[in-house]
Write a protein that binds this ligand. Structure first.
Ligand code: ZN
Length: 203
């Protein structure tokens, strides 16, 4: 998952980050560990949800040089490296590369509306919505650590603006799964996805 990308800070702060950007110490091993740990958690979720192939393929582009090198350079244990890359360069090449290749991100699913010619969100295929759910739960576990409980992913979603930026039906399904997780727990939600949802043609 890409975390909340707002940069809280003044322009002076951004400038300082910018100058630091050029002489940062890279942390390739720490970055490798973080992305691999995240991948493994998502994989476990995807297996429980009945989409093992999506689990095995999840976030593999993070090991490509375009994503890995800035990830290591801007590694900071508490914030997403893409946030710091953005502060330093005005945008994150790693994120642009990532969202353009990974179909579990709703940001991938945008296109020009055939009539209005405006860029609009496109309805995500079901398996990628499930993968997105698995990803969000995994990311939330890492950010919250011991404070994580099964309501945390819903709370994060409810606070953020993601729902407004994805296709209506996609947002509604993701929300429904996060509410189910909050109210009925992980076992029931993954069992529901695996048995009742995964095989559906549409949602
Ligand atoms: Zn991803």
């Amino acid at each position: 998952m890409e975390t909340n990308n707002t940069i809280g800070g003044t322009s002076a702060q951004v400038k300082r980050d910018n100058s630091e950007g050029e002489r940062r110490m890279a942390h390739p091993i720490k970055h490798f560990r973080v992305i691999t740990k995240h991948r493994h958690t998502v994989m476990k979720h995807c297996f429980r949800a009945g989409i093992p192939i999506r689990g095995l393929l999840h976030d593999l582009s993070k090991y490509s040089p375009t994503e890995f090198l800035p990830g290591a350079k801007f590694f900071d244990g508490s914030r997403s490296p893409t946030e710091l890359e953005r502060a330093a360069h005005g945008y994150s090449r790693a994120w642009v590369h990532h969202k353009g290749r990974n179909r579990h991100h709703f940001e991938y699913w945008t296109d020009y509306h055939p009539v209005t010619k405006q860029m609009v969100p496109v309805k995500m295929p079901l398996k990628f919505v499930i993968e997105m759910f698995c990803d969000r739960v995994a990311a939330c576990k890492v950010y919250k650590g011991r404070e994580y409980d099964c309501a945390s992913p819903y709370e994060y979603f409810a606070r953020g603006s993601a729902k407004k930026r994805m296709h209506e039906d996609t947002g509604a399904l993701l929300e429904r799964l996060l509410v189910m997780l909050r109210d009925e727990g992980e076992d029931k939600t993954f069992a529901y996805i695996r048995r009742d949802l995964r095989g559906k043609k549409d949602y």
